[in-house]
Design a protein around this ligand. Structure first.
Ligand SMILES: NC(=O)c1ccc[n+]([C@@H]2O[C@H](COP(=O)([O-])OP(=O)(O)OC[C@H]3O[C@@H](n4cnc5c(N)ncnc54)[C@H](OP(=O)(O)O)[C@@H]3O)[C@@H](O)[C@H]2O)c1
Ligand SMILES: [Zn+2]
Ligand SMILES: [Zn+2]
Length: 351
């Protein structure tokens, strides 16, 4: 066991504060990692606040982890001391069901083990995430960070990146498609970059007039201010795909009407019931599809890192001292981050 500094929330209203945890001694297939950077995902906020009613306190969030390997167990083949590696949203799964066999561990029939707030399959302890000095993870759930990538900007690829890349690939987005991305935050700005890299014409839907210029700089071809009814009406029946990253309940109906016939609305942000209710007729009369998507499997998580190295894609990050994490959460709740906070773990180690 290794004593490890971390930041944890103790209750839905406590905010995050220093908290010591223990990391296990590596098992035969484990990789021990010294964490350099960890991205801040809106899911971290949902868990810290217990928005989904499943949080076990104390919770140490963080699932956009990059760092260096410090040691490996005797069965580990793919990694050695000194390698730069990443860990995303999962640290284990059953490894035997059909989803796991297909490399889609996120859809494991027996439930994947989350990087935090999960239950370890061996010792039944609760997992702690990347707002910490180090982590120990089974080799199958560790990916290699290509040398070409700036490792600070690579951290958010482990969640924001794979979560937007995976559905765009699954649905075969390509040149000739029109894609709308709803919400210009951590996930949304990566969705724009991937949809463009795959050849699509991309429109960002934002509530924030102030993000219009920025969205174009990110490579979006068009911007729609979603609170402006005229702008929404002007793009009715336009899009083949909508990628919806909004983190709270919101009216889907205006967005469904932006799809062409056979268009697909892909939810990645929302887990709660749809409110206000969905007009099913908007689906029926145009053979539209409402879909959801969860992160991506381990092979695809490696693929997205390699894709970013090949296509020179990176996240836009604001570096964060971990002591300012509570302010960062407040800013994210207001949609005020360009476009992902990444914690520099030196501020935890030295602070
Ligand atoms: N499915 C998955 O596997 C998966 C993985 C990771 C995260 N998530 C979820 O995806 C969501 C987004 O995460 P994120 O880290 O990208 O969050 P984020 O960085 O906070 O960005 C969310 C964006 O949504 C827009 N937004 C916020 N509140 C809104 C509202 N009331 N109405 C309309 N738009 C609003 C804002 O964009 P504008 O200012 O441009 O409007 C904001 O920047 C979260 O719920 C997170 O838990 C899901
Ligand atoms: Zn996430
Ligand atoms: Zn499984």
């Amino acid at each position: 066991m290794t004593q490890t500094k971390a930041f944890a929330a103790q209750s839905p209203t406590s905010g995050l504060a220093p908290h010591n945890i223990e990391r296990r001694a590596p098992r035969p297939d484990d990789v021990a990692i010294e964490i350099d950077y960890c991205g801040v995902c809106h899911t971290d906020i949902h868990f810290a606040q217990n928005d989904w009613g499943v949080t076990e306190y104390p919770v140490v969030p963080g699932h956009e982890i990059v760092g260096r390997v410090t040691s490996v167990g005797p069965q580990v083949k793919a990694f050695k001391e000194g390698d730069v590696v990443g860990v995303g949203c999962m640290v284990d799964s059953c490894r035997t069901c059909s989803a796991c066999d297909a490399g889609l561990e996120q859809y494991c029939s027996n439930g994947m083990t989350g990087t935090y707030n999960g239950e370890d399959r061996h010792d039944h302890s609760i997992t702690y995430g990347g707002y910490s000095e180090r982590i120990v993870v089974s080799e199958r759930f560790v990916v290699r960070v290509p040398e070409k990538l700036d490792i600070k900007a690579a951290a958010p690829l482990l969640c924001a990146g794979i979560t937007t890349y995976s559905p765009l690939r699954h649905y075969g987005v390509k040149a000739g498609h029109k894609v709308g991305v709803i919400g210009m935050g951590g996930l949304g700005h990566m969705g724009v970059k991937f949809a463009k890299a795959l050849g699509a014409e991309v429109t960002i839907f934002t509530r924030s007039e102030s993000k219009v210029g920025e969205a174009k700089k990110q490579g979006a071809d068009h911007v729609v201010v979603s609170t402006d009814e005229d702008q929404m009406a002007a793009v009715a029946e336009t899009f083949d795909f909508m990628l919806d990253t909004v983190p709270v309940q919101h009216d889907l109906n205006p967005y469904l009407n932006c799809l062409t016939y056979d268009g697909t609305h892909i939810i990645v942000g929302l887990l709660e019931p749809v409110e206000p209710p969905l007009e099913a007729g908007a689906l029926v009369f145009k053979r539209r599809v409402l879909a959801g998507s969860l992160i991506g499997g381990m092979p695809e998580t490696q693929e997205v890192l390699d894709f970013c190295a090949e296509h020179d894609i990176s996240c836009d990050v604001e570096m964060l001292d971990i002591h300012n994490i509570n302010d960062a959460y407040e800013r994210m709740k207001k949609g005020d981050v360009k476009y992902r906070f990444v914690i520099d773990m030196k501020t935890l180690k030295n602070g």
